[in-house]
Design a protein around this ligand. Structure first.
Ligand code: IVH
Length: 696
């Protein structure tokens, strides 16, 4: 890159920003990106570099300026300009018919009325204001009259425009207030929970809780790390330049060639202004409405977010305004709730599982039931607050469903079915496994076992250490680990490297051959790259991607151990919370002992490979997904190869996926990739190419 003068930089920065905004629009709003992720990243990095060199050019609406500011002590309350209403619900076809009749009566119209149908997104409602085209305020719904100021957190949601797009005639609204929903996609929710589990943090009950918890963080940097998305469905107020009326509220009529006198028109106006909007359909007769609801019910599973119903709104906004509202909901709108895929079952017991970091997770043991395609016999209750909130007791009959379509969740207790024999769950003050003291630290939802040598923690730590994404020691699974812990042969992960084939043969069900194989696998793992070792250490908040960043930045374990907290926070991905966790963890005697043991027993923590993994290579900047089995290569080998060639692996297909490799017996990932138009590569082609070190 040539060195630009400040004057030249002004122009380049302007161009980059407008290009980046255009690409964000195509990606988030039109759902039709025209460049690859890596090309996009290149533009973004160039802008970041220029802004670093010429800080005076930074403006608050720059695409780089989403995360900023300090942790705030609390959210400010702000009154809404107009009440933020909710919807009345319908559960049957009959109720929908009654609604349609009522609207027609009230409207006194003879002709048929048109309705718009949109999925009811299961997230949390937000109201955003834009002044002179710039995002100026983000509020939660609150009690409908007053909301909380979450502006800085909303800024971090990438699909929220920081400035509005110009309408075709070159104007932007003087003032705009819109309403939408912040949510977490189903697959992002599952991934986030997996990540939290790996990092020893309590998991979220469902996508909505995860979204709400993420948006209500006092530190916007935490929000920024959560994959929040937003969709917008209501124009609440709009003032175009040159119009003196205070607000034209709420129906602007004909606007810049876009018809906003209808709900469909308003959605198209929102889209033109740069907001992602939900998919929608329209219907006029009752039959059409019912058919459309049925169709949405079938489509529901394929939507990327959880939805519990369909919102039906009269399309004509002027007519809707005239019909007004009753109490808290407009007369011209209705939420039709899907019959939920929910079942009843009994809580047989509540047990505690001790995680790697000592977190005690209460788990309901259930009478087995089938729900959403599988048999479920346990459901995590997450933490004390959730048990208390739902008042779940042992012996209760409960309603169960799958959150995000995947994770079994106790929805509620059927209190009418109580017999009086139910027992409340009491948190023990001693760990059920090691007898160590159990504490709930201030500000945390979880109870932890503080026992320094808790076998349950040790077991989880070892499982994590040997797992595929960490040191990848094949053959060292939970059963062998249990035997090693029980026999006292292994007291920390370091002891794995002191094991002999003779030791392993003494364990139950371990023969000559499996002992040899395990010793080989342990030997092989001594060569794993530094990033994997850092991840394997199981430091709280240090997940896979943080581990890669740390390995790349520090280059050796010693450098990482010697880094000051300030140096740690210089690393991309590493915030003060993570830095603090690293410092605490490395100061613990058990950790220093573990690290010196690992070194002494020949664990190399090679660095060069990390560097290679991250820089250059034909897959640089690409995210690959594998589905089905590959000829002549294990999944593990294929993943290593992809990382070596600069690529990233993801377990699920999304719009961010660059390539999907399809082997034998592919799963639903293939359909999804086809649906999204993602490039598909047959496995044999992939194997042939990577064995020659080539990409595509
Ligand atoms: S329209 C006047 N459309 O569902 C009410 N709401 O009570 C305007 N929601 O809290 C709401 N998706 O946050 C509307 N496509 C959609 C929606 C939607 C989700 C939420 C909204 C509200 C609740 C309805």
């Amino acid at each position: 890159m040539s060195v630009l003068s400040e004057k030249e930089a002004v122009e380049r920065v302007r161009r980059l920003r407008s290009e980046i905004r255009e690409h964000q629009y195509r990606y988030y709003v039109l759902d039709a990106p025209t460049i690859s992720d890596s090309e996009y990243d290149k533009l973004y990095r160039e802008l970041e570099d220029l802004e670093r060199r010429f800080p005076s050019l930074v403006t608050p609406d720059s695409p780089t300026q989403r995360v900023g500011g300090e942790v705030s002590p609390a959210f400010r309350s702000v009154p809404h300009r107009n009440p933020v209403l909710s919807l009345s619900n319908a559960f049957t076809e009959g109720e929908v018919a009654a609604f349609v009749r009522r609207v027609a009566d009230l409207a006194g119209e003879k002709g048929p009325l048109t309705y718009i149908l949109e999925p009811k997104i299961d997230g949390l409602s937000i109201v955003l204001r834009y002044e002179k085209g710039f995002f100026s305020l983000g509020l939660t719904r609150g009690d409908g009259l007053t909301g909380e100021d979450v502006t800085r957190n909303v800024r971090t949601v990438k699909s929220v425009p920081l400035r509005l797009r110009e309408l075709p005639e070159g104007t932007v609204p003087e003032f705009l207030e819109v309403r939408g929903e912040v949510y977490l996609a189903k697959d992002d929710f599952v991934r986030l929970n997996e990540e939290r589990q790996r990092e020893g943090l309590p998991t979220f009950a469902n996508p909505r809780n995860a979204a709400a918890g993420s948006l209500r963080q006092l530190d916007p940097r935490v929000t920024a790390r959560r994959p929040l998305r937003a969709l917008f469905y209501e124009v609440r107020e709009i003032v175009m330049p040159g119009t003196s009326q205070a607000g034209l509220f709420p129906y602007p009529g004909e606007l810049a060639g876009l018809e906003a006198a209808t709900e469909t028109g308003a959605l198209e106006l929102l889209r033109a202004l740069g907001f992602p909007v939900p998919a929608y359909t329209t219907a006029t007769t009752l039959d059409e409405l019912v058919a459309a609801i049925t169709r949405w019910g079938e489509l529901r599973r394929t939507l990327p977010y959880d939805t519990d119903g369909i919102v039906i709104k009269l399309d004509d906004r002027e007519l809707a305004r005239r019909l007004g509202s009753t109490g808290h909901s407009p007369r011209a709108s209705l939420a039709y709730k899907f019959p939920p895929e929910q079942v009843e079952t009994k809580v047989l017991d509540i047990i505690l599982q001790v995680g790697r970091t000592g977190v005690l997770t209460p788990t309901a043991i259930l009478e087995p039931v089938r729900v959403s395609g599988s048999t479920v016999s346990r459901a995590t209750l997450h933490n004390e607050d959730i048990i208390r909130e739902k008042d779940v007791r042992i012996g209760d009959t409960v309603v169960l469903h799958k959150a995000g379509d995947v994770i079994p969740e106790v929805v509620s207790v059927i209190k009418e079915k109580r017999t009086g024999d139910e027992r409340e769950f009491h948190w023990p003050d001693k760990c059920p496994v090691c007898g160590g003291e159990v504490v709930r630290f201030p500000g945390e939802a979880a109870y932890r076992c503080t026992g320094m040598s808790c076998p349950a923690q040790l077991r989880e730590k070892l499982i994590h250490f040997a797992s595929r994404d960490a040191m990848d020691i094949r053959g060292l699974g939970p059963a062998v680990i249990d035997a090693l812990v029980d026999s006292g042969l292994v007291k920390d992960a370091g002891d794995i490297y002191a094991l002999t084939a003779q030791d392993i043969r003494t364990l139950p069900r371990q023969g000559e051959r499996s002992a040899e194989k395990l010793i080989d696998a342990i030997q092989e793992s001594r060569e794993r790259p530094l990033a994997r070792l850092i991840f394997a250490l199981g430091i709280r908040h240090v997940g896979q991607s943080a581990s890669y960043s740390l390995a790349e930045h520090f280059g050796s374990l010693d450098a990482l151990l010697a880094a000051t907290p300030e140096e740690l926070t210089q690393v991309p991905d590493i915030g003060p919370l993570t830095a603090d966790s690293i410092v605490r963890s490395r100061n613990q005697p058990s950790m220093t002992e573990l690290i010196s043991k690992l070194k002494r027993l020949g664990v190399k923590a090679a660095v060069s490979e990390d560097k290679r993994e991250r820089t250059g290579g034909p897959f640089e900047g690409q995210t690959l997904v594998i589905t089905g089995s590959l000829p002549g290569m294990t999944r593990q080998e294929a993943e290593e190869k992809i990382r070596e060639l600069g690529g990233n692996i993801s377990s699920s297909v999304s719009r961010k996926t660059s390539l999907v490799i399809v082997g034998e017996n592919p799963g639903s990932k293939l359909d999804k990739a086809r649906g999204l138009g993602i490039r598909i590569i047959p496995a044999h082609e992939f194997v042939a190419m990577v064995t020659q070190g080539r990409g595509f």
